[in-house]
Design a protein around this ligand. Structure first.
Ligand code: COA
Length: 306
């Protein structure tokens, strides 16, 4: 049953958004199937993941994640609604704790499914946004110096990364866990050691912002294949400007420099995640040429699913 649904889903994706990759086989999990009024069937794979305490993902995800991978072919909202109707009973049986979520990643432009998500209590907590235009706007501030960060910048980088987590925890899915600064320090140290680009912005010699990113390849069997078309992509992991310097052009100046590397020759484009409830980042990223590709629909805690 999954083969025809997968092919129909790929065709549907290609119709609604030319930048979507082909639908791929979902990971193994609990199978949900539902019959539709016209006799057709849809399916979904339900996976449950538990994060290791202290892992980087715990700063943007609940500890327990129930994710539905829908296979609704071209059945749009009707198919999605039929699948979502089955999910609350599964959650009620499992009775997950408070640090849990139900999650579905779904194409942002499949607006037929949007009403189904909203009526089941999901919120659009994050968006994967994409940009394929390599031309760079010239918006640099002459009094801001942007350079590649080095190990000696670690304290400043941790402070900036924590400012982003704190802000995002108020307007999105980030969670300021005990030990968050240590997790950030270890992650940043690792990125610097493996040569991933991290840029730092300084004004009058004082660190006022940073951005981290790297290149990732979407190919058969990779995580990126589930999100973007095959090819080499720039990924922006974190952009942060110190609270007192926000809104003065530092974010733009940092991204001008970062895009020169992340959108270099051979890159199909760049992508990143932002939180729609964040009052500054959606408009910032739209002005940087990004637009929604996938919406991460979430219910926290999982038991709030209806
Ligand atoms: C989002 C962020 C990185 C942008 O950097 P910034 O240096 O403040 O942004 P800029 O000054 O370059 O702003 C460019 C645009 O962003 C928007 N913007 C962002 N922050 C703003 C603020 N505090 N006040 C006004 N506009 C702001 C505006 O649309 C602005 O465009 P405009 O100047 O043409 O009106 C920064 O505000 C920040 O660190 N926010 C908190 C953490 C965060 O949200 N990070 C992004 C997670 S995806």
């Amino acid at each position: 049953m999954t083969g025809p649904l997968l092919r129909a889903q790929s065709a549907h994706f290609a119709e609604i958004d030319a930048l979507l990759p082909a639908a791929i086989e979902p990971p193994a999990g609990e199978v949900l199937t539902a019959a539709l009024p016209d006799g057709d069937r849809v399916a979904g794979m339900l996976t449950r993941t538990t994060l290791a305490p202290g892992s980087p993902q715990t700063l943007w995800s609940t500890a327990e994640v129930w994710e539905l991978h829908p296979l609704v072919g071209a059945h749009g909202g009707v198919g999605m609604r039929a699948l979502l109707d089955l999910w609350p009973a599964v959650i009620a049986r499992a009775a997950p704790g408070r640090d849990s979520a139900c999650v579905v990643n779904w194409p942002s432009r499949d607006i037929d499914a949007t009403a189904a998500f909203l009526s089941h209590g999901f919120v659009p907590l994050a968006v994967l946004a994409v940009r394929t235009d390599a031309s760079s706007p010239v918006a640099t501030r002459a009094d801001v110096r942007v350079r590649r960060a080095v190990g000696a910048d670690l304290d400043s980088l941790v402070g900036l990364a924590m400012a982003e987590v704190e802000y995002s925890s108020r307007v999105g899915g980030a969670i300021v866990r005990a030990g968050a600064a240590t997790i950030k320090r270890d992650t940043l140290r690792r990125h610097l050691a493996q040569g991933d680009p991290v840029w730092i912005a300084e004004r009058e010699g004082v660190a006022v912002g940073h951005v981290e990113g790297w290149h990732t390849t979407s190919a058969a069997g990779t995580w990126a294949e589930t999100r973007v078309r095959h090819g080499r992509w720039g990924y922006v992991n974190c952009l942060s400007v110190t609270p007192s310097a926000r809104g003065t052009g530092i974010g733009r100046t940092l991204m001008d420099v970062a895009h020169r590397t992340l959108l270099d020759r051979g890159a199909a484009g760049a992508f990143l995640y932002y939180n729609p409830p964040n009052p500054v980042s959606p408009v910032f990223w739209a002005r940087q040429g990004y637009r929604p590709l996938w919406t991460v629909w979430e219910v926290r805690p999982a038991r709030a699913l209806r």
